[in-house]
Design a protein around this ligand. Sequence first.
Ligand SMILES: Cc1cc2nc3c(=O)[nH]c(=O)nc-3n(C[C@H](O)[C@H](O)[C@H](O)COP(=O)(O)O)c2cc1C
Length: 395
Amino acid sequence: MSAWFETVAVAQQRAKRRLPKSVYAALIAASEKGITVADNVEAFSELGFAPHVVGAVEKRELATTVMGQDISLPVIISPTGVQAVHPDGEVAVARAAAARGTAMGLSSFASKPIEDVIAANPKLFFQVYWLGGREAIAERVERARAAGAVGLIVTTDWTFSHGRDWGSPKIPEQMNLATILRLSPQAVTRPAWLWQWGKTLRPPNLRVPNQAPKGEPGPPFFAAYGEWMGTPPPTWEDIAWLRELWGGPFMLKGVMRVDDAKRAVDAGVSAISVSNHGGNNLDGTPAAIRALPAVADAVGDQIEVLLDGGIRRGSDVVKALALGARAVMIGRAYLWGLAAAGQPGVENVLDILRAGIDCALMGLGHGAVHDLSPDDIVVPPEFARALGVPASGGA
Ligand SMILES: Cc1cc2nc3c(=O)[nH]c(=O)nc-3n(C[C@H](O)[C@H](O)[C@H](O)COP(=O)(O)O)c2cc1C
């Protein structure tokens, strides 16, 4: 069977077949009843296109910039802290993103040291969780700077909600012999996954190397998670402090409300991502794409507004751009590609998105992604949710 896949949905099916059940479940993630994760994807189906039939432009320009980085398509890699999907993990993702001319966010909870990932893709934004207080955060950020990170992504939309109606995967404390034996009934039914790790002669590394000084293995995932739960959540002053300390391109990820977007501007950020953490935070938060138009309207002329959540096709990217996003970030789509086929699988996903964006631009009669506007799409009444605006939801 060819490793190539035609759509992101096929990559997902392959990932499901290839990964042990608990590893696949960790990729699906989402919280509680799964209302938000479903809405993130389904909301895109409510949006339609208004195509032209004559006058298509022969060559379309997909390139843009995000936080000062040239990217060849308006899609970048969202940071995800998932271990054990593939032995090359974030390095494979970084190589794929570099090969396709785009940038990458690297999670605080990534399995590979930032220095190794930047060697594979210098267009790297380091993602920070508010973990351990200002001093510890400053140390990590300085390590990222020294490694050559070209931007910072700060993610604050996490409330430690974890109850799932379909059950949470049991993530082991560490991968020792006892754990491997315990997982073995799942793993033996997934020989391709097991063989990948067997070749490396080491089990999945459940440590977080970027939470420690360079060269150290880093704490186990759960120790870091526990410290995070015990850290007082950040204030707007903390965000402004970190922005000042960093001094370069700075994104606040997870903004859904107009009032928060304005505060982010006041705190000096250069970008935000309209996002609900892929449905992993408060279940019942509307789809990110529903919140985008009001946020983009309010602050889109002052900072870069991105969106993440639910992107599975190039046409989804085009819809997000038409509603005011500069670019989008993808999470599960590339994780499924990584699980299905390693680096080529992530490249495959980016190629699918590129081709889909290009087709949509052609159908809409545009020569460049910058030409997209709300006029290109059909937005049903009641589609959008303006959160954090007086006299509307969330005010
Ligand atoms: C398994 C998984 C792990 C994630 N880990 C992180 C993380 O470590 N840091 C972060 O900022 N966002 C994390 N996210 C959120 C993604 O960056 C992104 O917001 C989300 O996946 C976008 O939705 P999508 O998966 O529908 O594309 C994670 C998402 C998933 C699914």
